[in-house]
Design a protein. Sequence first.
Length: 331
Amino acid sequence: MGEAVLALESDTFDALDLGLLSALEVDGRAPFSRIAAVLGVSDQTVARRYRRLCAEAGLRVVAVRDAERLGQDQWMLRLRCAPDGAAVIAEALAKRPDTAWIGLASGGTEIVCMTRPRRPGDHDDLLLGRLPRTPSVVEIRAQQLLHRFYGGPSGWMRKFRALTDEQIAALRPAAPGTEGPVRLEAEDAPLLAALERDGRATFPELQRATGRSESSVKRRLAALLGSGAVYIDVEYRSAALGFATAAMLWITTTPAAMHSVGQALAGHEEVAFAAATAGPSHLVVTAVLRDTAHLYAYLSGPLGRLEGVQHVEATPFLRQVKQLTYQGAAR
């Protein structure tokens, strides 16, 4: 990363809120008492700030299956749609458990969506079955993700550097004695469904949701988190922190520069996600910025100066429809 540090620009939230978000990014299931001790405030203050972030910034703590660790394919879709159909299609895609990061772009005529097929055939069902039969879909472009440079368990919030290394170490959950194999079992479904709704669900709540003993739930969750098959993530509206603009960047590089450019992008403070792709562009990036002037400064500055970058297509989001998991009725 460069020497500059992202600064909070919000009339509603302050450095303590930023510290709380950063703490949850380190360990989303950390008790408020531990977070409070690290931040130097009371438990009640942390609980109050947490509730306000949920109400006013859309904060949610949820479990996410790490498709890359699980060896599952991921695809980035670009759907060009008739203007009157894009919002409806985006909402329908949001309800699918195998989609994430859905946004409306290009004035509302394009949907950008990440798909994470969970079972063989899910990808074919979506790309070869459902979407081509949707009248409002004019064009489908799909790019497979090949390698993640940034994102997933590495959250964007850490780029604010709101916590010291010592605070991060104090919050980081203890590693399990032995890491299990990176896989999910059929009986994990109720546990994961509960955690995808609320990643901070208590063990008694998880016991009721799964019908398993509390000790069994604790062991299995520890194994899933320890293996990297699942991680606890946070989502929130970045606009509440003063970063109102988000854009997908489709970057073409020389083949030899793909890896070095991807590594450099991972260090850019504007980058929340970066991956190599198979398709028309070599890299796809999610950039989070304060405004359109910041987007221009990033494109013409840090990104434009990277050796090996040949072409960049920027697609600003008009509206974000889904981040990590669907907030509707339980699946």
